[in-house]
Design a protein around this ligand. Structure first.
Ligand code: ZN
Ligand code: ZN
Ligand code: FE
Ligand code: FE
Length: 270
């Protein structure tokens, strides 16, 4: 089955390897339907060369992916992964509006000033209230979806990355989030990178995927590759997860010929 991989990074972010053209070559070799480059948007409010490209590199990133897209129209998409933080959203919106991205992945990586998925900041879990973290995280993801800036929500249950599970079920918080996602019309990615993190499970969990299906939220696929050879990694497993959750189709991004954001349509699993 031919699937798209809409979540890949590049050497520009400072913690990945490979150029966009190397990722595209791997996507072709893997027989994917499409590849989206979605490197990290320059970080706000402070740059961090280990987390994202600098603001001065954004223009070159866009030009490089656009050039690949002109050679392989329909196969290469220009995306970006943007952090959702309440304190930077005005600047992020301006930055996103200033470039012809086909789509934007919205990701929450911060709770306040804590980059909670950053291995350099893992010590802070020791003094954290894990249940409160999950609740706050779900609330922020819902806020992100409602900005209208994002086509895809990244790694929906990222708080589990290092194995921190909520002690109570958080059913009400999750139901509220699912309703907000459905109303916003965003897609959620099955992100296979989680399989290679301490948690050892794709994002989101099978239980959340079933609830997403019931709520009518479309899914798509992302490897979150930080090396070219990781493009499309574990996608057979991801399809198994999607089917087990009851999905019989997935979301595909159709680029806008007029240069606006891509449109989400549904493609059936073959
Ligand atoms: Zn990254
Ligand atoms: Zn992310
Ligand atoms: Fe990420
Ligand atoms: Fe990513």
């Amino acid at each position: 089955m031919r699937l798209p991989d809409y979540h890949t990074h590049t050497v520009r972010c400072g913690h990945a390897r490979g150029t966009p053209s190397e990722y595209v070559a791997c996507a072709q070799a893997a027989g994917l339907l499409a590849i989206g480059c979605a490197d990290h948007l320059p970080l706000l409010p402070e740059p961090d060369p280990e987390l994202a490209m600098g603001a001065c590199e954004l223009e070159d990133y866009v030009a490089e992916v656009k050039e690949l897209q002109s050679r392989l129209p329909g196969f290469v998409l220009l995306g970006i992964e943007a952090d959702y933080r309440p304190d930077t959203i005005v600047e992020v919106r301006a930055l996103l509006d200033s470039r012809p991205f086909d789509y934007v992945i919205g990701s929450v990586h911060h709770l306040g000033d804590w980059g909670f998925d950053d291995p350099r900041q893992i010590d802070r879990y020791e003094s954290a209230d894990i249940d409160a973290m999950w609740a706050e995280y779900f609330e922020l993801v819902g806020d992100a979806a409602e900005t209208g800036l994002f086509s895809i929500i990244g790694h929906l249950d990222l708080v589990k990355k290092f194995g921190h599970r909520a002690a109570r079920p958080l059913e009400a918080e999750l139901e509220r989030l699912l309703a907000r996602l459905a109303a916003a019309g965003v897609a959620v990615e099955i992100n296979t990178a989680g399989l290679h993190k301490p948690v050892g499970e794709a994002y989101p969990s099978p239980a959340i995927l079933r609830k997403l299906r019931k709520a009518g939220v479309p899914i798509t696929f992302g490897s979150d590759a930080h090396r070219p050879e990781e493009v499309g990694r574990d996608f057979a497993h991801a399809v198994g997860l999607a089917r087990a959750a009851g999905y019989d189709s997935f979301a595909v991004l159709v680029p806008d010929p007029d240069g606006g954001r891509a449109r989400l349509t549904q493609a059936p699993f073959a």
